[in-house]
Design a protein around this ligand. Structure first.
Ligand SMILES: [Zn+2]
Length: 445
């Protein structure tokens, strides 16, 4: 089989920057050398542009089947290619049916057929009463599970209580798979129907940090009890950093992600009625944001994932500005890399840090059976050519998502994704896409 080599003066390897050639054969990285390799049939020279591992986004709501009018596999994975994302993992909601049974998972796999332009794994869902579905879903190849501790936003995916987790977690622990948890434990006293529905301050006040902190305390306790891998999704409350640090120092199998929007936006900048910013937990104040950055730098927060959760404009209540009615979710998949890089470079971080937060660490959540997230011999040749100094404006005509609405619209971002390579094939090259090369990522038993 013929070999391809990509030459770059700035290849980001796990421990250093390297000038040389990455040799690709049979979809994998066959060699990394400093001198021109022999037997190469194709050479791609990217000069001083960075060659980095493809982005892995393990938190994406694709919403197909059933709510394809919200996004769908075709548009989501096109956006992924344009954004340098070579692997994403689909959430068990808001598709219909939700992925909580084996039949629903089969339906989802069928729906994904011939529509994947990047690799895509799947999380199963934990809801009250589906503990007997857990093992069949594992055997069919889900990468782990997701549960909510508060209302998920759709009635078909009810939240669990501690009693449900007592049944589910020992099973998940036996297979050493992660349980991803939306950590907010709600109480009724924060909702006020008389408040100004268009006020961002009111919305922010309706989902206090305490909800997250209480939920995370519960999950730390259950993680310890069952030695079950727990992954806290989209951490927003910086008040929980300390308890997470203590749990990690004890050696508990706990990992944490935050989302780009908690690192890029501040509550102080969000005007009333701007429901495009609504997400749960909410985007909090500047000081909270700075604490999240510090936790990311220290490794208390492991990585960053988009929680891409799009909806049609009418559901985002863009006209009424009603925060209580609007769908909670931010559309962002395509800019996972440039948004994080734009905010990170202002704080003095390097491309190396971005690779750790968007590729290396998220790969660990998927499990070591997948050879992803690093430029290393034997790893999949999922790669990105990045021009970190290139500036661009987010404009509607470049958006690959189904709906051209996002809080990032019209923002100027750094970090141009010039090429995306998937399994050794160049599938995105300066706007040109090569489609249908994505594969479902199924966990083999
Ligand atoms: Zn989510």
């Amino acid at each position: 089989m013929s070999k391809t080599a990509i030459k770059s003066n700035r290849i980001i390897l796990p421990d250093k920057m390297f000038s040389g050639y990455v040799v690709i054969q049979n979809g994998s990285i066959a060699d990394i050398v400093s001198h021109f390799p022999s037997d190469v049939s194709q050479l791609v020279d990217v000069g001083d542009k960075f060659l980095i591992p493809g982005v892995i986004d393990p938190h994406v709501h694709i919403n197909e089947p059933g709510r394809t009018h919200w996004e769908g596999f075709d548009t989501a994975t096109r956006a992924a290619l344009a954004g340098g994302i070579t692997t994403l993992v689909d959430m068990p909601l808001n598709s219909s049916p939700v992925t909580t049974t084996i039949d629903a998972f089969e339906e989802k796999l069928n729906a994904a057929k011939n529509k994947l332009h990047t690799n895509c794994g799947f999380w199963g869902g934990i809801v009250p009463g589906n503990e007997h579905d857990i093992e069949p879903l594992i055997k069919k190849g889900v990468l782990g599970f997701k549960a909510f501790l508060t209302h998920s936003g759709i009635d078909e995916f009810p939240n669990v209580t501690e009693a449900d987790l007592l049944k589910a977690m020992p099973i998940i622990a036996r297979y050493d798979l992660p349980l991803l948890v939306h950590c907010e434990l709600s109480d009724s006293q924060h909702y006020s129907n008389t408040a100004d529905l268009c006020s961002y301050a009111n919305y922010l006040g309706s989902r206090p940090k305490q909800w997250e902190d209480n939920a995370i305390a519960l999950m730390i306790r259950l993680c310890e009890k069952f030695n079950c891998r727990v992954h806290i999704v989209h951490l927003s409350s910086a008040d929980s950093i300390e308890q997470i640090k203590i749990a990690k120092n004890k050696g508990l199998p706990i990992s944490v992600e935050t989302a780009q929007h908690y690192l890029y936006f501040f509550a102080e900048e969000i005007s009333d009625a701007q429901t495009i910013f609504k997400c749960a937990p909410p985007i909090r104040e500047r000081q909270n944001c700075e604490s999240l950055w510090q936790a990311l730098e220290e490794g208390v927060i492991d990585f960053v994932a988009t929680d891409h959760s799009p909806a049609p404009p009418e559901m985002k209540e863009v006209n009424s500005g009603d925060f209580m009615k609007a769908w909670g979710g931010i559309s962002s998949l395509q800019w996972a890399l440039p948004v994080l890089w734009t905010a990170a470079r202002q704080r003095g971080f390097e491309v190396m840090n971005i690779v750790e937060w968007l590729s290396e660490k998220p790969a660990k959540l998927l499990g070591s059976r997948f050879k992803k997230g690093k430029i290393e011999i034997g790893y999949d040749a999922d790669l990105v050519v990045l021009n970190p100094d290139q500036k661009f404006r987010v404009v509607e005509e470049d958006i690959q998502h189904r709906h051209k609405i996002s809080p990032y619209l019209h923002h100027e971002l750094f970090g141009g994704v010039e090429q995306t390579w998937l399994g050794g094939q160049r599938v995105f090259n300066k706007g040109e896409m090569k489609l249908d090369n994505g594969r479902p990522l199924i966990r083999a038993n």
